[in-house]
Design a protein around this ligand. Structure first.
Ligand SMILES: Cc1cc2nc3c(=O)[nH]c(=O)nc-3n(C[C@H](O)[C@H](O)[C@H](O)COP(=O)(O)OP(=O)(O)OC[C@H]3O[C@@H](n4cnc5c(N)ncnc54)[C@H](O)[C@@H]3O)c2cc1C
Length: 524
């Protein structure tokens, strides 16, 4: 039987980091397994092309069960399937969340995860083009850069946000998250920079590091309560690979709980329904699913240089020759964090604004140039779940986000949309402002906006918390990310967040990967 010391399942924002870091110890034999391919494709490398990956072979292409608070809509949820995972598909916005997120985790029992304790890990991962300071690192594997060709309209959007009373903020990951500014991005010289670029590529030069792409993990192998390896499907054949020390699951917040349940770790009644022998009865596996709903307010504009022109030959040439121009855009270039009500530690709302039309995940088209102000509800409280559809590993899990189960979430979203309208109407955008496209002028009163949200809201692609840190009665992993009830198994992806951070989730997941690797190295 093929044997390694560590087997890491999934090469996304968490898994690529853990595997790359573990391989720095030359005496550890590390295997990284990825269901998808190499991740070499122009739609992955060119920032503005990220949504062209949707519903292609690069995408797991999830659809939820009918969402109970969204008129029964089945919501599309793309997930990257190749080396780099969602770090190759995301919108590249580099945000860590709020100090209160991590302090809240620690206060709830996640020992070692307070803001002051995780800050060094964020810095360790980071190669920020602005250089190092108290909040940033400049020698890590993950390039973080300012937009290479910031769009003039995005700068106007920031000015308009400021004109509505938001402070200017040129570093959302610094001392204060609140305010408006342009985002820093996981890019290097105008090109996307994934965790595969930063952590897997250098590791491949090491003899002790092995990567298997196009290899599907079907379930864990257990001997009693000890995880001994994984069962994989590779080149059409099934085989078992052994881990002498540990298996680290990093298949993402939708696939990690599925793999746990397929292996007998999960809610006992549910496992029995699918004739799966119960190893650990833990109802928290797949529960507490969180995400950030997002509604996109869109306006026609007379501004020149919107993303409508991104694919013209001049822009293509500018990108190919100089890595500059509209194709370097991450779409959501400008943004803000702000409170929608008094008394919250962290902001309920994030703006993600684009100098172009954005609707239906980029599939929507509009005849005239436009801009979009996405209202991403980073304070969302509603939770859902991931459950098995069947005992067949190839059957995608049944996912329900339960978006807007909590009424506070709808209040905040409607307030966010009203604020977006104020931004659009503010002086800096006035000369370019055309008709409102979404929600549209007919949707005015709060009840009307609420209906529109239920009809058309999407999300910011941030599923999290399905194998969260907690005790064995309220979580799935302990603060060292070891799965309760078994030995030799950890989780290191967005599943382990006790609650979803107030912001985009890639940087926090990379931090989880860094921390997992450091904890494993410390205990081996
Ligand atoms: C369209 C989009 C836009 C986003 N925009 C942003 C943004 O701008 N900024 C930001 O911070 N975050 C953003 N995110 C979210 C962020 O990218 C994710 O939260 C983060 O990448 C999740 O990391 P992960 O390691 O948990 O999972 P993933 O990165 O999804 O990694 C899981 C990996 O496991 C593999 N895998 C799964 N099942 C198996 C199996 N059975 N066998 C083998 N391999 C398997 C998958 O193929 C994948 O490579 C976005 C996400 C998307 C999809």
């Amino acid at each position: 039987m093929t044997t390694f010391d560590y087997i890491v399942v999934g090469a996304g924002s968490g898994g690529a980091v853990v595997a790359g870091r573990l391989s720095e110890n030359s005496s550890a034999r590390v295997l990284l397994i990825e269901a998808g391919g190499s991740g070499r494709h122009l739609n992955i490398q060119i920032p503005a092309a990220f949504s062209k990956q949707f519903k292609t072979k690069h995408d797991w292409e999830f659809y939820t069960e009918p969402e109970p608070h969204l008129n029964g809509r089945k919501i599309y949820q793309p997930r990257g399937k190749y080396l780099g995972g969602c770090s190759g598909m995301n919108a590249m916005i580099y945000i860590r969340g709020n100090r209160a997120d991590y302090d809240g985790w620690a206060k709830a029992g996640a020992v070692g995860w307070s803001y002051d304790e995780v800050l060094p890990l964020f810095k360790r991962s980071e190669h920020n083009s602005r250089g190092a300071n108290d909040f940033h690192g400049s020698t890590g594997p993950l390039y973080i850069e300012d937009p290479r060709s910031p769009n003039e309209l995005s700068q106007r959007l920031v000015e308009a946000m400021a004109a509505t009373g938001l402070p200017r903020n040129d570093d959302f990951n610094g001392s204060d998250q609140l305010g408006a500014g342009l985002y820093q991005l996981t890019q290097h010289r105008g090109q996307r920079w994934t965790t595969a670029d930063g952590y897997v590529k250098p590791a491949r030069k090491r003899d002790n590091f092995t990567v298997w792409t196009d290899t599907f993990v079907r379930r864990l192998q257990l001997d009693g309560d000890r995880v001994t390896g994984v069962e994989v499907e590779r080149d059409g054949k099934r085989e078992v690979v052994r881990a002498d020390r540990e298996v680290i699951l990093a298949a993402g917040a939708l696939n990690t709980p599925q793999l746990l349940m397929l292996s007998g770790i999960g809610p006992a009644d549910h496992l029995r329904e699918h004739n799966i022998a119960v190893v650990v009865d833990n109802p928290n596996v797949g529960s507490h699913l969180m995400d950030h709903p997002m509604y996109l307010v869109n306006y026609e504009t007379t501004a020149k240089g919107t993303l409508a022109g991104a694919e013209n030959p001049v822009q293509l040439l500018n990108y190919v020759l100089r890595r500059r121009g509209l194709l370097t855009s991450n779409i959501g270039e400008a943004g803000a964090f702000f409170h929608t009500r008094a008394g919250d530690d962290a902001p309920y709302m994030q703006f993600i604004a684009a100098p172009g039309y954005f609707w239906e995940h980029g599939f929507g088209k509009h005849a005239k140039p436009a801009f979009a102000i996405g209202c991403s509800m980073v304070g969302a409280q509603s939770t859902g779940q991931v459950r098995l559809r069947s005992a067949d590993p190839k059957d995608k899990a049944a996912v329900t986000f339960n978006y807007f189960a909590e009424s506070d979430d709808m209040e905040a979203m409607v307030t966010g949309i009203e604020r977006a309208r104020e931004v659009a109407a503010a002086g800096p955008l006035a000369e370019f402002l055309g008709d409102e496209i979404h929600p549209g002028p007919k949707v005015s009163i709060r009840a009307g906006i609420e209906e529109e949200v239920r009809r058309n809201v999407e999300h910011t692609y941030h599923p999290s918390c399905t194998a969260r840190i907690g005790t064995d009665s309220d979580g799935v992993v302990d603060p060292e990310l070891r799965v309760h009830g078994v030995r030799g198994l950890r989780v290191a992806d967005a599943s382990v967040f006790p609650t979803i951070p107030h912001g985009n989730t890639h940087a926090p997941t990379v931090m989880v990967g860094e921390k997992a690797a450091a904890m494993i190295a410390g205990s081996s």
